[in-house]
Design a protein around this ligand. Structure first.
Ligand SMILES: Nc1ncnc2c1ncn2[C@@H]1O[C@H](COP(=O)(O)OP(=O)(O)O)[C@@H](O)[C@H]1O
Ligand SMILES: [Mg+2]
Length: 144
């Protein structure tokens, strides 16, 4: 999952919104960690479970890693200013997007994580033209 995240990092750019969907323990945070490492972030990548969001600045890029598992007050969304985080200067990775209901902007890519007997599987779905281009780029770079 770390390696997969690293390969994805090479194809990401500011403005992308990616949902990470799957049960607890399915590998969403590990994948996000791989992306951050791939982008050159060398420090510890914590799970945002308690803070709802962890913020990273990597040179000029902002990356926001959300986890809405504990999210239960929709008003909190506006009050916390989360809407502003989804902008053209930042990449947003969102665990448990379903908990934020329809407050979230549409995802460019949706990744569905599944636990197998050994390891994990990931299904990728495209939500926008930008997401389609991104996936195409990733496939070309990884000979998929
Ligand atoms: N491909 C994998 N194979 C085996 N274990 C994995 C894999 N990906 C992640 N894990 C492990 O599963 C556990 C939960 O992963 P995590 O990324 O925190 O899940 P989530 O964020 O989906 O709840 C961690 O101990 C992690 O090391
Ligand atoms: Mg997690």
């Amino acid at each position: 999952m770390l390696d997969f995240g690293k390969t994805m990092a090479a194809t990401l750019h500011a403005g992308l919104i990616i949902y990470l969907i799957g049960n607890l323990g399915a590998g969403k945070t590990t994948f996000a960690r791989g992306i951050l490492h791939g982008l050159g972030y060398q420090h510890i990548v914590k799970s945002p479970t308690y803070n709802l969001v962890e913020i990273y600045k990597i040179s000029r890029l902002y990356l926001y890693h959300f986890d809405f598992y504990r999210f239960n007050d929709y008003f909190e969304w506006e009050e916390a200013g989360f809407r502003e985080y989804f902008n053209s200067d930042s990449i947003c990775l969102v665990e448990w997007p379903e908990k934020a209901g329809d407050l979230l902007p549409v995802a460019d890519l949706q990744l569905f994580f599944n636990m197998l007997e050994t390891g994990r599987s990931v299904e990728i779905r495209v939500g926008t033209e930008t997401g389609k281009q991104c996936l195409k780029h990733w496939k070309n770079q990884n000979n998929v």
